[in-house]
Design a protein around this ligand. Structure first.
Ligand code: B1M
Length: 221
């Protein structure tokens, strides 16, 4: 099998939610020498984008989205140690969660993997995380950054609710707030008063490092 055939096969099997074939092709791709990023960005993520497009057109329904998501999540577990492979020392702590009312977690999990790969310690609170849970976790773990993910236009307003909860608890100034998720934009992040936004997992790491550097420089000035 050629590289292009493998990527095309991985894309097709993810689109149709064939979990066992996705695992097999992911392993095969790696043994052929393809990088984890190639598998991710040239097959797995584009397949889920197509799933979303078909859902919007009414060609796919929730069950199809669910099995495609599960197939992708299985591949992500194989890729996780490779993406997070690093000898780096811990450079900061991040508390992450998908906001209340939202069960999407693949994008959040990918951000977590990239954060871990960059040397961050990640405390993942999972999905449907209520504002008071974020507050509790920030009190307990004292992270440098708290990350809120939202994947639905209807759950994005939880960013503001979370930030308000941090304010009420007197924690807002102690932590950098980052937001992200498929429908989120820089403009929306600014409106809700987040410190940082990133469109994807790699950009999230770059932005987190910038924000952390700035905060540490200000603290030592
Ligand atoms: Co849903 N879903 N879904 N879904 N789903 C979307 C998000 C949707 C865009 C599909 C569509 O219509 N095109 C649409 C939202 C529309 C909108 O709000 N405008 C949608 C809908 C409508 C729904 C339901 C309401 C459907 C229904 O029940 N009628 C329902 C909602 C349930 C709920 O949450 N309450 C629902 C359910 C589901 C499943 C459970 C079936 C499944 C989720 C499985 C899972 O996550 N475990 C699912 C899936 C799979 C999708 C799509 C197809 C794929 C999502 C995904 O994993 N993408 C999605 C379509 C799409 O996104 N194109 C869709 C791949 C992932 C790697 O990308 O999520 O963008 P992404 O993550 C990126 C960035 O967002 C960023 O980095 C990530 C990695 O690069 N990022 C951050 C994320 N968090 C960040 C945090 C940061 C920084 C960057 O800082 C803290």
């Amino acid at each position: 099998m050629t590289r292009d055939e493998l990527l095309a096969g991985l894309y097709d099997r993810t689109l149709t939610g064939n979990g066992p074939a996705v695992l097999e092709l992911t392993n095969e791709g790696l043994s052929m020498g393809l990088g984890p990023e190639e598998l991710l960005y040239e097959a797995l993520i584009p397949a889920l984008e197509e799933v979303g497009a078909r859902f919007e057109r009414g060609d796919f329904f929730v069950p199809e989205m669910l099995i495609a998501g599960k197939a992708m999540a299985g591949a992500l577990e194989i890729l996780r140690p490779l993406l997070a492979e690093t000898g780096a020392q811990t450079i900061g702590t991040v508390v992450m969660g998908t906001v209340k009312g939202d069960v999407h977690d693949i994008g959040k999990n990918l951000v977590n993997i990239m954060f871990e790969g960059a040397g961050f310690q990640v405390i993942d609170l999972g999905v449907q995380v209520a504002p008071e849970k974020f507050v509790e976790a920030i009190r307990e773990h004292k992270p440098d950054i708290v990350g809120f993910s939202a994947f639905l236009t209807t759950t994005m307003p939880m960013f503001k609710a979370n930030i308000n909860a941090l304010r009420k608890s007197g924690l807002r100034d102690q932590v950098i707030v980052m937001v992200g998720g498929a429908p989120v934009t820089q403009e929306y992040a600014d409106v809700v008063g987040a410190d940082g936004y990133a469109a994807d997992a790699s950009a999230a790491v770059v932005r987190a490092k910038e924000l952390l550097k700035r905060r540490r420089a200000m603290a030592s000035a």
